[in-house]
Design a protein around this ligand. Structure first.
Ligand code: ADP
Ligand code: ZN
Ligand code: ZN
Length: 740
């Protein structure tokens, strides 16, 4: 330690680097102390590059010798980019997920800010200071460009934006010359921050008793942290409750943050918010370009936007006056990031609400077992909406697949139902969670199957356009004419994907329109929008699709929903398999009968006696989920115990196994010496051992105590960082893993 060499003159910076540490720099002599507050951006030399980082703190001492300290280059901000609560959230997030703070901040900040863009998007406006009279015309006669600029601006006494002037062929140097002559001024114009009144565009619906009860309960705690689980069946009016809570928050002059799983798929959600509220609503999702994203971020931070609706990473957006956080479909797996910083946005949202001392509402028809457990333990208040608001509950039926002849994956019984619903002028939704034509291409002569070169998986056959596609690594190959093993031409597609079902449905129902909705059919921009419009028109049709069709849509004309094959979900190797099956089934089923027509749900299975399936459809989600919770308790799985997965992947299995085996050994030693209650399991091969040409293995840490787990990780992560294999093996820490 080199103490007090530079009292208060060392900057401790978080830099965009995977290294889990901070970096020290010397303050340039010329900088004033006052502006150096935590959270400002500063550019610094790093190797032979310049990086932009965030100031975390100032100190007197550094572990580096004075001559090793480099000097910071440029101070970018005069005020912190992030308010204290968000800096603290990022710090907590980095600690909890054992990730570098610099990389965590990179996830939190829009790309343009990471690159040093100013925290204003205001466009310069140019305005005349003098009327363009004859005398002035005379003066400018020899400068036709300046004269043209003056003429243009004389027509717009309130000023014209620089990009608009540029599009009229008026260049910035011309404008600057005129400014030097004191004929023009340039102004930065921010949009006003105050919201228009009244707040509402439309009158809200009168709430039913359950909705009112939920709203009353949330309103009780509007001024402090409290977590509510709003558990309402699909169509029970959860969104209506969110809108009413937000209205209260806006009335107090505060802002709302609404997290949703995906926006692109459900433009209806955003529309509903914009239709209701007169205040600016910013949206943040993957479809934005960098500038649009920065604008939404700045609008939220400045208080210009009253509501921010966004996907996972918008959780990190600062709000000037935070009032409430809402996490819609809180069980959705997309809240967990599966690479890099493996954070769960729902869990971080709860921590953020605590830091900002505001309420948070988790909404779902099918809450995650974690949230349900917390509600049953009374850590969250559980607000129930058991009835549909504007429709009746659908009717469920199991259809036995065993021994049945199938057409387009449907038993004769189901075909009959489809015919009947269509004949009554309704729409039918068929759910098949497998895109492509067939999941397997098989040689009838020798049994060869098309496999991915890079993964332990089969290639899916696609017909339009024809190719083989690995859905795990995205690699593609032409469809072979002959079997590469025996040269036979008898290559058959085996199994049913959406393309194949579409083809067979067209033969079975030649007069009906079949709308296929999956990632392939919606790849082109606007394709999804067009399909949705066609569905909204309500003419009889068969909608065939993957889980893209399951989420959040409101299809008033759909009366029959059929799940063609539920069995895959019943026998998943993942301990969350059954939970996911139940959630997906009810989400899909929730598309049936959302308007005034009674809905039916048909589920095809080879296991019509499966107890979990029967409990789910006869008793509903919560009894089903409580049974699963009991099993989790017996097996010591979350939410009763906590898990961390250390993963490694390398070009050879021995490398990742060795790194994890050595890590385990270090772990066992630490468990012994520190008396930690953590069990270590593995390393074992990952469920898909080879993926994208890399061999994958994993080491599982399991404990009743989060504290013990984190203490252990504090030792193990440095062990992996320092290990000679740590550079050859791509390894990661996954706290509270979703996929195992
Ligand atoms: P959820 O978010 O739980 O799926 P929504 O809020 O989308 O439910 O409501 C489902 C349907 O019921 C929507 O068409 C909505 O307009 C309607 N609805 C919600 N609340 C009421 C109410 N109190 N009275 C009448 N209709 C309602
Ligand atoms: Zn063959
Ligand atoms: Zn592959």
């Amino acid at each position: 330690m080199h103490a007090s060499e530079h009292p208060g003159r060392i900057l401790r910076m978080a830099l965009p680097s995977p290294l889990r540490r901070l970096f020290d720099y010397r303050v340039p002599e010329s900088w004033s102390q006052a502006t150096l507050v935590p959270g400002v951006r500063i550019s610094v030399p790093f190797g032979n590059r310049t990086l932009i980082g965030l100031l975390v703190e100032q100190t007197d001492n550094s572990e580096l010798a004075p001559e090793q300290l480099k000097t910071a280059i440029e101070l970018i901000d005069s005020t912190p980019l992030l308010p204290d609560a968000l800096l603290e959230l990022c710090r907590w997030c980095a600690d909890y997920y054992h990730h570098s703070l610099g990389d965590t901040l990179s996830v939190a900040l829009p790309a343009l800010l990471r690159q040093g863009h100013a925290t204003s998007l205001a466009e310069p406006h140019w305005r005349c200071l003098q009327p363009l009279d004859d005398k002035l015309r005379q003066q400018l006669q020899r400068a036709p460009r300046q004269l043209q600029a003056m003429e243009e601006l004389a027509r717009h006494p309130k000023g014209v934006s620089q990009p608009l002037l540029a599009s009229l062929g008026i260049s910035t140097p011309t404008l600057k010359t005129l400014r030097e002559k004191q004929l023009l001024v340039c102004e930065q114009r921010e949009e006003p921050v105050h919201w228009p009144s009244p707040l509402l565009h439309e009158a809200p619906l009168p709430l039913n008793a359950d909705q009112q009860g939920a709203l009353d309960r949330i309103e009780c705690d509007l001024d402090r942290f409290h977590c509510h689980l709003l558990q309402g069946v699909t169509g029970s009016g959860k969104t209506e409750v969110y809108l009413r809570c937000i209205e209260q928050v806006l009335l107090q002059g505060k802002q709302a943050l609404v997290l949703v799983p995906e926006i692109g798929l459900t433009p209806q959600t955003l529309q509903r918010f914009r239709q209701r509220f007169n205040v600016p609503t910013a949206a943040m999702h993957s479809g934005l370009n960098d500038r649009e994203r920065l604008k939404a971020w700045l609008d939220a931070r400045s208080g210009r936007a009253g509501i921010l609706i966004g996907t996972r990473s918008s959780l990190f957006t600062p709000l000037l006056r935070p009032g409430i956080i809402i996490v819609d479909e809180e069980h959705d797996a997309s809240y967990k990031q599966q690479e890099g910083l493996r954070y769960n946005a729902r869990d971080l949202a709860i921590y953020r609400a605590k830091l900002e001392n505001i309420p948070i509402v988790l909404g779902s028809a099918t809450p995650s077992l974690e949230s349900l457990h917390n509600a049953l333990q009374q850590r969250y208040s559980q607000l129930l909406l058991p009835q549909r608001a504007a429709a009746s509950h659908p009717h469920y039926e199991l259809i036995d697949l065993r021994g049945q002849p199938l057409v387009a994956g449907m038993t004769p019984a189901l075909q009959g139902q489809v015919e009947q619903h269509l004949a009554q002028g309704n729409q039918v939704l068929l759910f098949l969670n497998r895109r492509g034509y067939a999941p397997t291409l098989l040689c009838h002569q020798c049994g060869w199957v098309a496999e991915c070169r890079l993964c332990d998986s089969r290639m899916t056959l696609h017909r339009s356009p024809p190719h083989l596609h690995c859905h795990h690594c995205d690699s593609q190959a032409p469809v072979p004419f002959r079997c590469p093993q025996c040269q036979s031409e008898e290559l058959y597609p085996v199994g049913q994907g959406t393309e194949r079902s579409e083809e067979e449905l067209q033969q079975r129902f030649p007069k009906r329109s079949i709308l296929r909705i999956d990632r392939d059919s919606t790849r082109r921009k606007d394709a999804m929008g067009k399909l949705l419009k066609q569905i909204q028109r309500g003419e009889p049709a068969i909608l065939l699709g993957t889980q893209m069709l399951a989420k959040g849509h409101h299809f008033p004309a759909v009366t029959l929903v059929a799940i063609l094959d539920i069995d895959g979900g019943l026998f998943s190797t993942d301990f969350r398999g059954l939970e996911r099956m139940g959630q997906l089934l009810l989400q899909v089923a929730g598309r049936a009968g959302r308007a005034d027509r009674q809905g039916s749900v048909a589920i095809q299975t080879h296991n019509p006696e499966h107890p979990a399936l029967l409990q789910l459809i006869h008793q509903g989600y919560e009894p089903f989920a409580r049974t699963l919770l009991q099993e989790r308790q017996l097996l010591g799985l979350p939410p009763f115990q906590y898990l961390v997965l250390l993963r490694g992947e390398a070009p050879a299995m021995a490398l990742s196994q060795q790194l994890l085996a050595d890590t385990r050994q270090a772990g066992e030693a630490q468990v012994q010496t520190a008396g930690l209650k953590v069990s270590l399991l593995g390393p074992i091969a990952a469920p898909m051992e080879r993926r994208q040409g890399r061999y994958r293995s994993q080491l599982l840490l399991q404990s009743h105590s989060r504290r013990d787990l984190h203490q252990l990780l504090q030792v193990l992560v440095p062990v992996m960082e320092a290990h000679p294999l740590g550079r050859k093996v791509r390894w990661s820490v996954d706290v509270d893993p979703q996929e195992m």
